[in-house]
Write a protein that binds this ligand. Structure first.
Ligand code: PLP
Length: 402
């Protein structure tokens, strides 16, 4: 007897219906493969939205988590713990930032950035510097603060006033300049707009934002929740761009599936949030920090960050070929490293296409209205990427617009 129907039935009765999951109940995974409760195999090319960076059930990560759970799960921020100190040191060494604050998600890391910016100017006596410049189509999370900087109307609608933010066009330095003023505390931006549809920053955009922030005495904050920790083939997505932010947010891949978010800041901002101004009960737990340390060690040992670049380039070529071969369905492909988007022709709805790719055993996510997003585990093989694109090619053969 298959187990899925009864489980799906119970889920539909009692799960809060804010999501619309595919009718698949997962039981276990290994590397880039997932298996549902009835034993059906799926090829995971989404990694739970760029989270499972080292794949499922990686033996090293599994062992570290189990051992840490057997030693110490939680200690609180009334005390220090060893994995936390070690992770702080590692992240600062890798990125050149001076300070790390830990929380539990991307939205929380962005909340920390927003509070950091406001409190920094408050401490300097600039109490009117509270406005933030953010970008249309940006995604920064679902909490009220993170939602206020998120630039997609459908995510914001119905939640009342979300003030103190000016949204301008991503990539448009002129519009950004026009939005600046003495009341702007920070510009916050993604290195590649992920959720919004996989839009890499145009050449010179981040450098231009750095210059605008400096010119107006504002901070430049980078949301690297999706682009950080190797996804683009660099430790931070902003590495190699020559742009040094005042602070960045991280989450998603950092814990390899264990919830953890982080804010990294320069030393100049170390005084902005003194004791009592910000915190998190769970943030920086020994378990989450040990997991993140293991993820970073695996990325190094298996050269997965270089791999994200080379395999990402290979995936980019495969997708370009697919676009050329299925012009009735595909418009273009774009992205960097192992964050890639396949843009469907107008008339196609990415979420509807996902139902078909799920049925065909390939797991992807949607980004924006008509972009299929690839964020595979960084342990993916070129062969697995080829398998995924081949299945997609078959699915596209008999696909017509909605
Ligand atoms: C996913 C994401 C977030 C939100 O992270 P959560 O962990 O869901 O709160 C924020 N910013 C970016 C760029 C993201 O991709």
């Amino acid at each position: 007897m298959p187990k899925s129907p009864a489980l799906l039935d119970a889920a539909k009765r009692h799960l809060y219906p804010n999501y619309k999951p595919a009718p698949v109940v997962f039981a276990r995974g290994s590397g880039c493969e997932l298996f549902d409760v009835d034993g059906r195999r799926y090829l995971d090319l989404c990694a739970g939205v760029a989270v499972s960076a080292v794949g499922h059930a990686h033996p090293v990560l599994t062992k570290v988590i189990a051992e840490q759970a057997g030693r110490l799960l939680h200690a609180s921020n009334y005390f220090y713990n060893e994995p936390n100190i070690e992770l702080t040191t590692t992240l600062c060494e890798r990125t050149g930032f001076a300070r790390a604050f830990f929380c539990n998600s991307g939205a929380e890391a962005n909340e920390a950035l927003l509070k950091l910016a406001r409190r920094h100017f408050f401490a300097k006596g600039e109490t009117k510097r509270t406005r933030v410049v953010a970008f249309h189509n940006a995604f920064h999370g679902r909490t009220m603060g993170a939602l206020s900087i998120t630039g997609t109307p459908k995510y914001r609608e119905g939640f009342g006033e979300l003030t103190g933010v000016t949204h301008v066009a991503y990539g448009d330095l002129g519009e950004t300049r026009a939005a600046m003023g003495k009341d702007v505390a920070a510009i916050i931006v993604e290195v590649v707009q992920g959720e919004g549809g996989v839009f890499p920053a145009p050449a010179g955009f981040l450098t231009g934002l750095r210059a605008l922030a400096d010119e107006h005495g504002a901070l430049l904050l980078l949301d690297e929740v999706q682009t950080g920790i190797g996804r683009l083939g660099r430790f931070l997505g902003s590495d190699g761009t020559g742009v040094k932010a005042d602070a960045v947010s991280l989450a998603k891949g950092l814990g390899g599936g264990v919830p953890i978010g982080a804010m990294l800041t320069t030393e100049a901002l170390a005084g902005a949030l003194p004791p009592g101004t910000h915190g998190s009960t769970f943030g920086g737990s020994p378990l989450a920090c040990a997991a993140a340390l293991a993820v970073i060690r695996i990325l190094d040992d298996e050269k997965l960050i270089d791999g994200a670049r080379t395999k990402g380039e290979a995936l980019g070529k495969m997708l370009s070929t697919l676009v050329a071969d299925r012009p009735a369905v595909c418009e273009t492909a774009r992205g960097e490293g192992l964050l890639r988007g396949l843009v469907m022709k107008p008339g196609f709805v990415a979420r509807d296409v996902l139902a078909k790719t799920n049925e065909a055993g390939i797991l992807l996510t949607a980004a924006g209205e008509r972009v299929l997003r690839f964020t595979p585990p960084l342990v993916v093989t070129t062969g697995q990427l080829e398998e995924g694109v081949a299945v997609l090619r078959r699915v596209f053969t008999d696909l017509s617009p909605a």
